[in-house]
Design a protein around this ligand. Structure first.
Ligand SMILES: [Zn+2]
Ligand SMILES: [Zn+2]
Length: 303
C-alpha cells in the first residue's frame, strides 16, 4: 500500500524537478524523432576521411540526437537566447554586407533573435595584441585578447552567443601562423575573421562564396555553443573541417540528427525555419542550398 503511493510521488517530484530545470516544457522529442526519419533519406552518409581531413587527424565519436539529449545540453529555453554579432574594425561596403547577411542567416537558421552591436574601432586592440606576420606581412589581431579582454567583460546577460567578426587576419599566439577563428564555448564567446574566406569585393561571383563560407562557419560555431558536437555520421554543417577546402566540401545543411538537436534546443518550428532559409537562399543566389531546403520541406509535408 505504501509502495503504491510512494512511486507516483517520486514520479511527480522527478517531473517537477525536470520542469523546473528547463523553465519551459521542451519540444516534443517524439515528434522530432519522427521528423528525423522523414528527412533521413535525403542525406548522405559521411565517406571515410581523405588524408589531412578533420577525422583523419582527430578521433571523434560523433553524437546522435539521443546522446545529445542525455548530455543535458545548453538550450535557449532559459534567459540566454539572443545571438549577438560584434563587428570589430573597418569593413568595406561588401564586407559589411557579409556581416548583415550573416546576421540574417543566423536568425533564420536558429530562429532566435540576432542583434548586430555597434561596431568597435580596431584601436580597441592595443599594439601588444597585434602584429605583422613575420614572413607574410599580414596584419593580425590576437584572438585571446579579443575573447578575454573585449568580449568576456561585455557579455550581455541574455547572450546565448557573443561573436566578434572582423575583416583583419587573426592569430592565437606563439607558434601559430594564423587562425580562422577561436571560441570559448563555456563563456558563450567567439571571434571569427572573414580575411581568409575569399574577398567579397569583386561582384556577385566573389560575394557569394565569401557569404556561404562565413555563414557556414558562424552557424557551425554557434551550434557548438548549444552543446552540439561534431557530426561523424553524415555530410553535415556540424562536421569538423581542417581547411577551407574541406569546409567547402561540407554542406550548409544539417543532417537530420543535428537538425533535431537544433530544434530541441531552440524550440523552433521546422517548416517555418525551412521557409525562411529558402527565402534567404533565393535572395542570395545560393541555388544548391535552396534546392536542398525545398526538398526538406517536401519531405516533411509529404508534397
Ligand atoms: Zn567545430
Ligand atoms: Zn550532423
Amino acid at each position: 500500500m505504501r509502495r503504491r503511493v510512494l512511486v507516483p510521488l517520486i514520479l511527480l517530484a522527478t517531473l517537477a524537478l525536470l520542469m523546473a530545470s528547463t523553465g519551459e516544457t521542451p519540444t516534443d522529442v517524439r515528434h522530432l524523432l519522427e521528423l528525423v526519419e522523414k528527412l533521413r533519406p535525403l542525406h548522405t552518409r559521411l565517406a571515410p576521411p581523405r588524408p589531412g581531413d578533420w577525422l583523419d587527424v582527430h578521433d571523434e565519436p560523433g553524437q546522435t540526437f539521443r546522446e545529445y539529449l542525455d548530455s543535458k545540453p545548453v538550450t535557449a529555453h532559459g534567459k540566454r537566447k539572443v545571438i549577438y554579432i560584434q563587428p570589430l574594425g573597418e569593413f568595406t561596403k561588401s564586407q559589411q554586407a557579409i556581416v548583415d547577411g550573416t546576421a540574417e542567416f543566423l536568425r533564420a537558421y536558429f530562429q532566435l533573435p540576432v542583434m548586430v552591436k555597434e561596431s568597435w574601432p580596431e584601436s580597441k586592440v592595443p599594439a601588444h595584441a597585434r602584429r605583422r606576420h613575420p614572413h607574410w606581412g599580414d596584419e593580425q589581431i590576437l584572438t585571446t585578447y579579443v575573447l578575454h579582454k573585449l568580449l568576456r567583460p561585455n557579455l550581455p546577460d541574455d547572450a546565448a552567443a557573443y561573436l566578434a567578426l572582423t575583416a583583419t587576419d587573426l592569430w592565437p599566439g606563439e607558434g601559430w601562423n594564423f587562425v580562422f577563428g577561436q571560441a570559448s564555448i563555456r563563456d558563450h564567446i567567439g571571434v571569427w575573421s572573414i580575411y581568409r574566406k575569399g574577398g567579397p569585393d569583386g561582384g556577385e561571383e566573389a560575394f557569394r562564396p565569401c557569404l556561404l563560407r562565413t555563414i557556414k562557419t558562424a552557424s557551425h560555431e554557434v551550434g557548438h555553443m548549444f552543446s552540439m558536437h561534431h557530426c561523424t555520421a553524415y555530410q553535415c554543417n556540424m562536421c569538423g573541417s581542417n581547411s577551407v577546402e574541406e569546409s567547402d566540401r561540407r554542406p550548409l545543411l544539417l543532417c537530420p540528427e543535428c537538425l533535431a538537436k537544433l530544434l530541441y534546443t531552440t524550440g523552433a518550428e521546422p517548416l517555418e525555419r525551412f521557409r525562411q532559409l529558402v527565402s534567404f537562399c533565393k535572395q542570395h543566389g545560393l541555388t544548391v542550398e535552396l534546392h536542398l531546403y525545398e526538398q526538406s520541406m517536401e519531405a516533411i509535408t509529404g508534397r
